[in-house]
Design a protein around this ligand. Structure first.
Ligand SMILES: Cc1ncc(C[n+]2csc(CCOP(=O)(O)OP(=O)(O)O)c2C)c(N)n1
Ligand code: SF4
Ligand SMILES: [Mg+2]
Length: 330
């Protein structure tokens, strides 16, 4: 079959994407907020993968980080606190053809949304989940979150938080059916991009904890790590993160880690200093819930209508003659 030149040009035009094609409203995050770096990485990913904006969806809960969908020129759903994951699962279940991303904060995911988080890991739906972990409630002006390190002074813990912090990586790695777990930091953009890209490519629930700086409420929290490159441990592997020569020169503290090794992944995840950065676990063979349940059936309006009709028919009290007509002759 021959293809007309004009069709060819139109097709090329459609497939060619620029960063501006994905840039929505002007971000209103504070200067230096790590959310800006995550947004830049995602817009780059959308451009490089030429994701169709009308086939792409960003879902969030509530928090500074959850403003994310407003800044993308795609579809988006700025939901309610803690409910980003069930909303995203609903979307994926009825429209498995969409690219669905989730942006959630440490309060949103690990506190009010913790129940949804655990079950979303087990369902293993094809979602790319970014946990913007600034270890504080940013939007509501500095309350301790479950990931705030013990001793964090905040409006709810003026004498310092009492509890040992929750570690999102070890929690995720402890749930049945886990399929992809990674960690990134906002201040190494090249690696942040590579990790988010690997998460997007994984077919299943990809969970990326991104350590995200909040200069407004915890201005010095990550300075020692930013300034001393030895305090970041880069996990490299042919099946995981591959570092460019430039990155290798700067970040010399590296370790080979096979992302299929879950026991080693759990050990690595339990250490905070140096910060492990890379792909901790990746198992591409875990089945996705939407595929197991759907068997390829798209929930079109006709499909839903037919299903509802047959359900209602079960409760219909037919007039006698209609009932007789419906009964097979003896
Ligand atoms: C049901 C409900 N409870 C509490 C709140 C108040 N609230 C809004 S954002 C937020 C915490 C946000 O923290 P996080 O998820 O870490 O996001 P960040 O602002 O740090 O990005 C809270 C408690 C709310 N909006 N809804
Ligand atoms: S308060 Fe913190 S998390 Fe929120 S926009 Fe400002 S720097 Fe970012
Ligand atoms: Mg937070």
């Amino acid at each position: 079959m021959s293809i007309h030149c004009t069709e060819c040009v139109l097709q090329m035009y459609e497939e060619h994407a620029e960063l501006e094609d994905y840039q929505g409203g002007v971000p209103r995050w504070c200067t230096g907020c790590g959310d800006n770096a995550i947004l830049a990485a995602i817009q780059r990913l959308c451009r490089d993968e030429a994701l169709r904006p009308e086939k792409t969806m960003f879902v969030s809960g509530i928090g500074c980080s959850s403003r994310f969908p407003h800044y993308m020129k795609t579809y988006g759903f700025h939901g309610i606190h803690g409910r980003a994951l069930p909303v995203a699962e609903g979307i994926k279940m009825s429209r498995p053809d969409l690219n669905v991303f989730v942006n959630t904060g440490d309060g949103d995911c690990c506190s009010i949304g913790a129940g949804h988080w655990i079950h979303a890991i087990r369902y293993n739906m094809n979602l790319t989940v970014m946990l913007h972990d600034n270890e504080i409630y940013g939007l509501t002006k500095k309350q301790a979150s479950p990931t705030s390190p013990r001793g964090t002074r905040s409006n709810t813990t003026p004498r310092g938080s009492y509890l040992e912090e929750l570690q999102p990586l070890t929690v995720t790695l402890g749930v049945q059916n886990v399929s992809f777990v990674a960690q990134a930091v906002d201040w190494i953009p090249e690696v942040l991009y590579d990790i988010i890209r690997a998460a997007y490519k994984h077919k299943g629930f990809s969970f990326v904890r991104i350590i995200q700086r909040c200069p407004e409420w915890l201005p010095k929290q990550w300075d020692p790590y930013v300034q001393d490159t030895q305090r970041t441990l880069l996990l490299t592997h042919e099946r995981g993160l591959k570092l460019s020569p430039a990155m290798s020169k700067v970040y010399k503290n590296q370790q080979e880690h096979d992302p299929l090794d879950i026991n080693r992944a759990r050990e690595i995840a339990s250490v905070n200093d140096p910060i492990p950065v890379g792909i901790l676990y990746h198992n591409p063979s875990v089945p996705c819930y939407e595929e197991t349940r759907h068997a390829g059936q798209m929930r079109t309006p006709e499909y839903i209508k037919d299903g509802l009709e047959s359900e209602f028919d079960k409760f219909t009290v037919w007039p006698q003659e209609e009932k007789a007509a419906k009964q097979p002759a003896a």
